[in-house]
Design a protein around this ligand. Structure first.
Ligand code: NAI
Length: 302
């Protein structure tokens, strides 16, 4: 095992985040809030404008919380943060000569991520460190299409990025100590807590969480207990803030299924990754959880 203490390392000043969705926008926000210059990339200007609006709203909420009685400090913080983010549709131009770090947060698809990394490897400065925010795919397979495995790793943030304190720093076999140190220092600089692990399916959190959620669904499928009782039991008996069934609905049942199916295909003999019939049925019916108004539970649509 290796430890996660960051030693002196080359600091990150400028970073490029590819994908301005839920995660990419959050990563851009927390980086800008802590003084980093960010270039945020997506495929269309409409998507970027939507991201900009979301970031603005979230930064304003953070500012209000951080500078409670001081409207001037609030608006200074918000405008300085927002001025540090540039928006761009041209991926190849987004990694300029001063880009220290690239964070990929696009769709969870290996082929599409590999295409992006292979394209960027040709145009990015050799000093730029490449990372992926993937939840379930192999970082090693992504790095394999580039010539910079020593400057490659995983940076796995959690949703919602502005709130969640953890980032998993993933080391592949080739990741150099210098790269690893820069990544852990960057995580500390954005005021998150780094933990590090090898490039293993689900890293730490999802490797434990995904089988746990699936096991809760199997308990429900067997009729051993109701959804409500399973959730209440884990909240009051294990001290978890959410029960597994409501958490599955919150994460999205399509996301749960996608990760479970991917791992089941890759590791068919591991019973922890076995598919769940109920999960498959709900996804087939378009009941994806909180976001569609129904999953295991029903929700009021906003
Ligand atoms: P999302 O769907 O909200 O955002 C993805 C964005 O990437 C979209 O705006 C899309 O237009 C853009 N995009 C897709 N292909 C692109 C390309 N070739 N070039 C530029 N932009 C492109 O997805 P989300 O939830 O932000 O997830 C992104 C990544 O983060 C995935 O790898 C996911 O596994 C990972 N992740 C997701 C978490 C979650 O709770 N949603 C938590 C931690 C990691």
């Amino acid at each position: 095992a290796f430890s996660c203490t960051a030693r002196a390392s080359a600091p990150v000043h400028n970073l490029t985040v590819i994908g301005s969705g839920l995660m990419g926008a959050g990563i851009a926000q927390v980086s800008a809030q802590t003084g980093h210059n960010v270039t945020l990339v997506d495929m269309t200007n409409e998507l970027l404008q939507r991201a900009e609006q979301r970031i603005k709203g979230s930064v304003e909420r953070v500012a209000k919380k951080q500078f409670k009685e001081d409207p001037k400090a609030q608006s200074d913080f918000a405008s300085q943060t927002l001025s540090r983010i540039k928006y761009m549709v041209d991926v190849e131009k987004s990694v300029g000569s001063d880009c220290d770090l690239l964070i990929e947060a696009i769709i969870e698809n290996m082929k599409i991520k590999q295409n992006l990394f292979s394209k960027l490897d040709k145009v990015a400065p050799s000093s730029t460190i490449f990372t992926s925010n993937t939840s379930s795919l192999s970082i090693t397979e992504m790095a394999s299409v580039t010539g910079r495995a020593d400057r490659f790793g995983g940076l796995h943030f959690f949703n919602p990025v502005a709130v969640m304190k953890l980032v998993e720093v993933v080391r592949i076999a080739g990741t150099s100590d210098a790269t690893f140190d820069t990544l852990t220092s960057y995580v500390t600089a954005v005021k998150k807590t780094p933990v590090c692990c090898k490039d293993t399916p689900g890293f730490i959190v999802n490797r434990l969480l995904v089988p746990y959620l699936a096991e809760a669904m199997r308990l429900l499928e067997r009729g051993d207990a109701s959804a409500r009782d399973i959730d209440t039991a884990m909240k009051l008996g294990a001290g978890y803030p959410m029960g597994p069934i409501e958490l599955a609905d919150y994460v999205g049942l399509d996301v749960n299924k996608f990760v479970l199916d991917g791992w089941h295909k890759k590791f068919p003999d591991n019973p922890l990754f076995a598919p769940s019939e109920t999960l498959n049925k709900l996804v087939d019916e378009g009941k994806l959880g909180v976001k569609t108004g129904e999953g295991f539970y029903k929700y009021d649509k906003k």
